[in-house]
Ligand binder design. Structure first.
Ligand code: ADP
Ligand code: G6P
Length: 480
């Protein structure tokens, strides 16, 4: 393991792959962090020998030393309770998250939140500057850290700096609402290569830089006044497909999948939703669609049940609290109206589960329902496909998930159109095994070919290939 002081590859993400939590007996413990960023990057970092800088998720002033957890070299960055409120819950998740997801909720703009965003970004940049070896590659992740590339370059012009945005990049008209739009664009331009999920997002970014900052651009390259080129390109993210399939094939998972089906009363069809409890995910609309199908007699409870697993997320942010109440009320209403003893229409679990349990749920589910209003990629959709080595099972997928660009053979839906969604759920329900197999085989081919190892390899290769800075006074030794 490389010592943190000399890492040749440094990942900088708001979150570490593990979260500091308090166990039921009151003792401190580490637990896997929520979300797709960690799912994607963990296998990449296991294969590379680098360091991972991030926040350990605790909202007190704990200051942990660097440590190794399960083979990964982790470097914690602390945050005060006020920073958690202003930087994390505030600017990151109350301003940027809704703004970048097409205003699914209303973003709030507060100057104190912005100041905290600048201060915390500076702390991450300082830590990366300390940890990176001479000429190292530093790969900054996601919307919480968009100022880090420029802050880091100011201190360490010898580094190769990459940035990857895991969420959508909004159209110019929406991004332009941001009072600090220019600072964000300039922050990102500290990188040599900026990666996006989809080509449209990369093009939006290049256009904005041209119009708002005035730099020259040609296709996916931006030329800074000092001659340094910055590339903005799409790299659709993925999962450890083979790892998921292996897990899904294990005896333990197969046994657990059977148990789950039995516990649900062995219905003909299990519908499944798996999401962080987030308003971008369209959980409410999908459950409403299912509830109406039961109400209208289009689906019978003897035939169909819905399992919705929702990971607790950002629970102190008001919009997330409101969403949780709304969903719990809806589930209660549907089960109260239509459920029978021992047979609720919807089984709702507001908990996080180990990977084995997720794989068992994917194996047990006949129809996976993924209906975000907007999503950068959506790894749950790819995980489901990876686990269906039997070429069976149906995926109902929102057109507005990044994954829809690759998983064209899913039953695609517009989550704003409840009647359209009901029709598509019924179509997937009625599809015969030949049709399901045809679609699943095609999707599996895509997900097996484009796994997360390929994603990381493509990004790091292109980062290394960005032409050297024209200013020869800056020495940039190559990473070993
Ligand atoms: P996001 O990054 O917005 O949360 P993704 O679908 O891209 O959405 O990634 C979610 C990740 O979190 C997936 O790897 C999924 O398996 C995992 N996940 C979602 N819900 C749960 C849960 N209840 N328990 C454990 N893991 C979960
Ligand atoms: C999405 C974001 C990640 C974030 C994750 C979980 O995947 O792109 O940056 O880490 O959600 O959200 P949280 O706020 O709990 O870190």
């Amino acid at each position: 393991m490389t010592s943190p002081a000399q890492a040749d590859l440094v990942i900088v993400a708001n979150r570490l792959p593990v979260d500091r939590v308090t166990a039921p007996d009151g003792s401190p413990a580490w637990r896997r962090s929520p979300g797709g960023l960690v799912t994607a990057l963990e296998p990449v970092m296991r294969a590379e020998d680098g360091a991972w800088i991030g926040w350990p998720g605790s909202s007190d002033d704990d200051d942990f030393e660097p440590f190794v957890e399960d083979g990964l070299s982790l470097i914690p960055v602390p945050m005060s309770a006020q920073e958690v409120e202003e930087f994390y819950e505030g600017f990151s998740n109350g301003t940027l998250w809704p703004l970048y997801h097409d205003l699914v909720a209303k973003p709030e703009f507060h100057r104190e939140w912005w100041e905290s965003y600048v201060a915390v970004n500076q702390r991450f940049a300082d830590k990366a500057a300390q940890v990176a070896a001479d000429g190292a590659t530093v790969w900054v992740q996601d919307y919480q850290l968009q100022l880090v590339p420029q802050m880091l370059r100011q201190q360490r012009p010898d580094l190769r700096i990459g940035f990857y945005l895991h969420i959508p990049f909004p159209p110019a008209e929406l991004f332009s609402q941001l009072p600090w739009r220019r600072q964000i664009l300039e922050g990102l331009l500290g990188a040599d290569l900026i990666g996006f999920q989809l080509p449209g997002a990369a093009a939006n970014f290049v256009r904005l830089v041209r119009s708002r900052v005035g730099h020259k651009t040609h296709r996916d390259t931006i030329y800074l006044p000092d001659g340094r080129p910055v590339k903005a390109t799409a790299f659709p993210i993925s999962i450890d497909t083979a790892g998921f399939e292996e897990l899904a094939r294990s005896e333990g998972v197969e046994r657990r999948a059977k148990e789950i089906r039995e516990a649900l009363g062995d219905p003909r069809c299990i519908f499944l939703g798996v999401d962080r409890l987030d308003y971008t995910k369209g959980i409410y609309s999908r459950l409403r669609a299912f509830g109406e199908l039961i109400r209208d007699g289009k689906l019978d409870l003897e035939d169909a049940v819905f399992v919705q697993v929702a990971t607790p997320s950002r629970e102190r942010v008001e919009q997330y609290r409101i969403l949780r109440d709304d969903i719990e009320r809806l589930v209660g209403g549907i089960n109260g109206d239509h459920g029978r003893i021992g047979r609720p229409a919807i089984s709702y679990l507001h908990t996080s589960h180990p990977r084995e349990e997720m794989a068992a749920l994917y194996r047990a589910a006949d129809i996976m329902v993924v209906t975000p209003f907007r999503d950068g990629m959506n790894l749950v959709a790819k995980e489901y496909v990876a686990c269906r080595f039997d070429n069976d099972g149906a995926l109902v997928l929102s057109e507005f998930a990044g994954a829809a660009a690759e998983l064209r053979q899913a039953w695609l839906v517009n989550p704003y159109d409840i009647d359209g969604m009901k029709a598509m759920l019924l179509e997937a329900f009625a599809a015969d095994s030949k049709e399901r197999g045809r679609r699943m085989r095609a999707m599996r081919k895509t997900v097996l070919q484009h796994d997360v190892a390929k994603w990381a390899e493509d990004f790091l290769r292109d980062l290394e290939a960005v032409p050297e800075h024209h200013d020869k006074s800056v020495r940039r030794p190559r990473a070993k």
